[in-house]
Design a protein around this ligand. Structure first.
Ligand code: CAA
Length: 297
């Protein structure tokens, strides 16, 4: 089966980015959200991103229009029934994801590939809610934020994934203009397996007074050439998301390195989620481009 039509579940930061990239690669793409408002918000982000690419000359005004024409939004699952691949990027909640997959399994054609953009939930746990035939066509496709710019996609296989479906998914990631890497269904896959302990250790270093927020960030940027220090990155990814991923990984591996430090938990409890809530390790409320470090210790 050739992949022609792409369905995306969720039009948040990740879902809208994935939809943009799929439409940009020439696929007819339909995005499903729970409300028209959320579709509008997600499509607004896509418009902004396309405008940046057009401004830089990465795409022409004509291509910008073509990409838009290949994209549509919907609040119904039915409109995804003839998609060749469904990429799910909804809330990181196992029960919500299982419910969604169960519903779609009955609606989609038997050949449709199901792919999850989860960063830490087990693909196997999600796939078992679908029919045995679908389980062989169930994979992970993990993108990185901001999706239109980050080149990597982790292509995740379970112990039941059909070999030819897996290879088709690897090829699909290439057609999206991304660089695929192969990963097994272990919580966190490759990137978060290494990134999460690093981010949590940075918070522990802060708690222990090794350095300030700014000095730890500057050290990792200028000492190692990382594009962002760990606290800027945490605020960018979302501290609630980081906390949630760490909890899942801690439950999977029962290892201290994945345990969220007390400060992270308290920041999440207090609503300091990072950029999206205006405050995290930095305060973005006054000048988002020049945020000031928070007094947390
Ligand atoms: N679409 C189009 N263009 C965009 C864009 C978008 N969504 N976001 C940023 N840009 C453009 C900007 O307009 C800017 O263009 P100019 O150079 O022409 O001004 C350019 O990209 C660079 O942006 P900035 O100047 O704002 O900032 P930057 O140089 O720091 O680059 C960045 C931004 C690419 C995000 C870079 O900081 C970076 O690579 N950061 C690390 C991101 C990262 O690690 N992501 C992974 C997070 S983990 C994850 O996603 C998965 C998980 O499971 C947790």
């Amino acid at each position: 089966m050739e992949i022609r039509k792409v369905g995306v579940l969720g039009c948040g930061l990740m879902g809208s980015g994935i939809a943009q990239v799929a439409a940009g690669a020439g696929f007819e793409t339909v995005v499903r959200e729970v409300s028209d408002d959320l579709i509008k918000k997600g499509f607004g982000g896509i418009e902004k991103s396309l405008a940046k690419f057009a401004e830089k000359g990465t795409i022409t005004a004509e291509q910008q229009g073509e990409i838009r024409n290949r994209l549509s939004g919907t609040t119904s699952f039915e409109e995804l029934s003839d998609c060749d691949i469904i990429i799910e990027a909804i809330i990181e909640n196992l029960e919500e994801k299982r419910k969604t997959y169960q519903q779609l399994d009955g609606l989609c054609k038997p050949e449709t590939i199901f792919a999850s953009n989860t960063s830490s939930i087990s693909i196997t746990e999600m796939m078992t809610t679908t029919s045995p035939e679908r389980q062989q066509r169930f994979i992970g496709l993990h993108f990185f934020n901001p999706v239109p710019l980050m080149k990597l996609v982790e292509v995740v296989r379970t112990i039941l994934t059909d070999e030819s479906i897996y290879e088709q998914a690897v090829e699909f990631a290439r057609r999206l203009g991304k660089v695929p890497v192969r990963a097994g269904d272990k919580s966190g896959f490759i990137v978060n397996r290494l990134l999460v302990p690093y981010m949590l250790d940075s918070i522990r270093a802060l708690e222990e007074g090794v350095g300030s927020i700014e000095d730890i960030d500057t050290s990792m940027k200028l000492g190692l050439g990382y594009p962002m220090g760990p606290f800027t990155l945490g605020d960018f990814v979302g501290l609630d998301t980081t906390y949630y991923i760490a909890e899942i990984m801690f439950n999977e591996f029962r290892e201290k390195r994945f345990a969220p430090p007390p400060l992270l938990k308290r920041m999440v409890l207090a609503g300091l989620y990072g950029r999206k809530s205006g405050r995290g390790f930095y305060d973005y409320t006054k000048d988002p481009k020049n945020p000031t470090p928070m007094k947390l210790i």
